[in-house]
Every structure is written in C-alpha cells, then in structure tokens.
Design a protein around this ligand. Structure first.
Ligand SMILES: O=C(O)CC[C@@H](O)C(=O)O
Ligand SMILES: [Zn+2]
Length: 498
C-alpha cells in the first residue's frame, strides 16, 4: 500500500473506531509530515533504544484512551527522561512538522491524551522524580510524570496533603492534572489548580524551555504566564516540572452518607452544610439512585450504606478539621437537624476507616462502573446549582427506555457529571443527546467542560461556552506559541480558527 493509501485507510479506521461527532468529520491535516526511518534514528540518538518504542502492543496501549472510546494510529511512542530530551524532541518535530501528543496517565475522558491520526506520542511517564519538598511552607516541586497518588503519599508522610484528589489518582500524572486543570473532590475546600500551582517548567513547541518554576506565593512581575498552560491540554506546551502548594494535613476526617428525597432538598442541604459546617466542610458530592444501583452492580466489594430503602438522591459529606470529637459532634448535630428539617431522609456517619473508604469507593467508582456497561456518553457540565439536575431529567424524557441516565458530581462546585449508558454507541442515540445538551447548557450560561477539558470530543463545541472573540484570541495565542500547530492537534480549538 502506498503512503497516501495507507493514510486514507488510517483515517477511515480512526473514524470507525473513534466515536463522537467531533471526530467523524476531522480530516488529517496534510501539513504534517509522515514519520520516516531517519526520524526514528534521530530519536534513538537522543533517547537511546529504550526511549523509542515501536513495539505494536505497547503502542496499541498508548493509542487508546482508558474507556476504549478514542483510538489513534500512532506508530511511535517516545519516553524522554528529562526536560532537555523533551526539548530536543519538540525542536526536531517542529522543524520536521511532525505532530505530537503529550501523554500523562491517559486517564482523560474527552480524547485529549491519545492521537487522532499518526501523531508521535510523547509520554512523561519516565519523568517521575520528586525534586524537593519545603516542609515549612508545604511546597512540592516535582517532575510532571509523577503519579498523583505517589505524590499524595509522599506529602502525607510530611504532614501535608495534595490540594487535588480524584478517582483516577492511582494512574493520572500531575502534569496531566495541571494540563487539564483537573478539579476533583477537594475543589470545594482548596479551589482550582490555578490557585494551587505556584510554578511550572514548560517546553514550547519549538523546544524553548520556559522556566517559570517559582515557589513564591506572591509574584506580580508582569503577566502570570503559567496560567496559559494550566488547562490548555498540552496544546501550548509540554509541562515538564511543577511546584504546588500543599495544605497542611488535618487530623480529623469524618464522612457521612445521606439520602434525600428530592433534588431541592440536596440544594438546601448544601446551603445548610456551608452555614453549619463552615470551614471544616471538605467535600459535598451527590449521586442519584441510578448511580448507586450501578455501583452496587459493578463495583466489587462495596456495600450500600443505606440499604433499608431506595432513596432518590444520595449525598456524601466530608469534614476535615483539627479536633476529632468536636468535628464529629458538629457533623452529628448537623445530620440530626437536617433530618428534623426534612432535608435528609436517612444517613450514617462512618465509624472507621473501612466504612469511610466504602462511602468514597461508591462515589469515586461511578465513573469506573459506567464504562462496564457497554457504551457511555459522558458530559461534564457547570450549571447554576438550582438548575443543575434539570438536564438529567430532560435527558431521561428524551431518551426514554433507550438509555439509563445518571446524574452525579461535585454539587458543592456546581459541577454535574451527566452519564448516559446505552448498549452500544450509535448515531441515533448521539443525535438525541447532542447538540441538545450543549444548547441547553449554553442557554443557562453554563460550561460544557467544567473539569475534564475539551479534548477531541468538544473542540468543535467551544462556542457553546465561549464568545467568538474569546475563541479568536485563544487561536492567536495558539498560533503565537505553536505556529506549526504540532502540539496536540485537533484538540481544544475548532479547526476552522487555526
Ligand atoms: O466519568 C465521569 O463522567 C466523571 C469522572 C470524575 O470526574 C468524577 O468526578 O468521578
Ligand atoms: Zn468529577
């Protein structure tokens, strides 16, 4: 097969295997070169044989996302061990016009971390060293490929915690977390990575190493450029080192698992929790009963904390503070009062770590359980809390028996995860969901990507949440930093503006 025919074949294969409206009409950009044997030799000369992976099985793993939904056709996986090697890779790819996908733990949900066509995959997995920890100020500096859970364990041994926690912590990498501006379960208490990341080292598309790796809390010297890279999904540069502010670890954590009879009660409970638990409130997560049913069906070893009856909604509340008995008494009093006020129908406070882990396993495991069913359409929306559940109900009406619709997420942050489970991916189901879900979110002035990014899935949908002027400005920034558009192509921004 000649190379043109091979590419055409690859394109149609990618379209067949990659599901989602965004992917189906994007053509491979002909401006990109095709990889040749000289390129491979060059990469071997800088990375050694072990840093250049051509083994089909290993590349196959890196070509597909963890849901098995987005699949590229890359033939090359590179494993740099330091920033200089990343710089040499990008400088070469930029000159050669080879497109690149930076890859962290590949736990994303929007097809942002896998190739679309034959992009070279640059994995940060080999850059996983902790560089320093300032245990007076709680400032961690590390390479970007460190797995979040390893960093959590490290800082916890020092008496601190990571400001970020999420279900994928065992595989996701801090560089990927920062590149997607991951939100997660501690957002309500510690806020966004825009606030917690102090410094970054980033390699630009032409290989320039941009040293912004400060550990200062305050620094108003000019534009704060790191923010451009937090949440830009590897489309403006590759994050190679990070410094993060880690909050002190507090000794008392309590977790309650509650049920509510209706969504209005969940909202009122959130307000009551903010008022009554105040600064010790560290998580407020909600799930509808479809989520609990799914978790019980598909997660091994979990137990329903409230098995007596089926309730409509469940809420997980966590408090973290400095006084175990004071905090527990406060949470118990809050729970009792909420029951008297009719906001909570039933509830239980974890009596030990294993009960607390079971509560969290249910909440964190919903995403994992959702991909065991067949096909899952995932939407990650920011919507004003009072309207947040309306879209779940609208979707149920639209889809009827064709699908199971789940609503859960970080209620305390106004972030809904709308998951639609179906037996298989098909265009007719998709047509019932999109563009309605985006139009509806836009009509509420919500965001079509609260915390997962746009990736490939929503690159062409950005206009539902951003004005044409804002998108144009983003395109200008992309062209300035990556004029040959080699970094993570087809993602984040629509092709039409680039
Ligand atoms: O899979 C999803 O839709 C959500 C994943 C994650 O953000 C969560 O909060 O569990
Ligand atoms: Zn989430």
């Amino acid at each position: 097969m000649n190379s043109q025919a091979a590419l055409a074949n690859m394109a149609s294969e990618v379209q067949k295997r990659t599901f989602g409206s965004a992917a189906t009409h994007i053509q491979r950009n002909p401006a990109y070169s095709e990889l040749n044997s000289d390129d491979v030799s060059y990469f071997k000369s800088i990375l050694g044989d072990n840093g250049v992976v051509q083994d089909e099985d290993r590349i196959a793993v890196a070509n597909v996302d963890w849901m098995g939904k987005y699949r590229g056709a890359s033939q090359l996986l590179l494993l740099p061990k330091n920033t200089t090697e990343v710089s040499k890779i990008l400088s070469y790819c930029n000159t050669r016009r080879l497109a690149v996908v930076p890859q962290g733990g590949n736990t994303g949900l929007v097809g942002g971390s896998v190739p679309v066509y034959d992009e070279v995959i640059v994995s940060l997995a080999g850059m996983d060293k902790i560089i320093s920890f300032d245990n007076v100020n709680g400032i961690l500096t590390s390479e970007a490929g460190c797995v979040l859970e390893n960093l959590s364990t490290f800082v916890e041994n020092e008496g601190f915690i990571m400001p970020l926690d999420l279900g994928a912590k065992g595989s996701c990498q801090i560089g990927g977390n920062i590149s997607t501006n991951a939100g997660g379960l501690r957002f309500i208490r510690y806020g966004s990575l825009h606030g917690n990341v102090l410094g970054l080292e980033v390699v630009l598309a032409d290989g320039t190493i941009l040293d912004m790796l400060t550990t200062l809390r305050k620094d108003n010297t000019g534009y704060d450029l790191k923010h451009l890279f937090i949440g830009s999904e590897g489309s403006l540069g590759v994050v190679t080192k990070i410094s993060v502010l880690t909050p002190a670890k507090l000794p008392a954590t309590n977790v309650a698992f509650l049920s509510c009879n209706d969504y209005t009660s969940c909202q009122k409970l959130l307000l009551a929790a903010r008022r009554n638990l105040g600064e010790i409130l560290s998580a407020f997560e909600f799930m509808d009963h479809h989520c609990i049913d799914l978790a019980m069906r598909h997660l091994e070893g979990v137990q329903n904390p409230l098995p007596a009856s089926q309730y409509k909604f469940y809420v997980l509340i966590e408090t973290t503070g400095s006084d175990e008995s004071y905090d527990k008494t406060k949470l118990e009093a809050f729970l009792l009062r909420s029951m008297e006020d009719g906001l909570v129908s039933d509830g239980v406070i974890a009596q030990d770590i294993s009960q607390a882990s079971n509560f969290w396993r249910i909440r964190e495991g919903i995403s994992e359980a959702s991909v065991k069913v067949g096909a899952v359409y995932k939407y990650d929306l920011s919507i004003p809390v009072e309207k947040l559940y309306d879209i779940v109900e609208e979707m149920r009406c639209r889809l009827g028996d064709n699908a199971e619709v789940l609503g859960y997420g970080h209620l305390g942050d106004g972030n809904l995860h709308l998951n639609i489970l179906s037996s298989k991916y098909d265009d007719s189901t998709l047509a019932q969901i999109e563009p309605f879900v985006y139009e509806w979110t836009s009509s509420q002035r919500g965001s079509i990507s609260a915390e997962h990014g746009l990736g490939l899935m929503k690159a062409e949908k950005i206009h539902y949440s951003k004005s044409p002027e804002a998108v144009q400005l983003m395109a200008s920034i992309k062209k300035l930093l990556d004029p040959n558009s080699i970094l993570n192509p087809y993602k984040v921004l629509p092709q039409s503006v680039l």
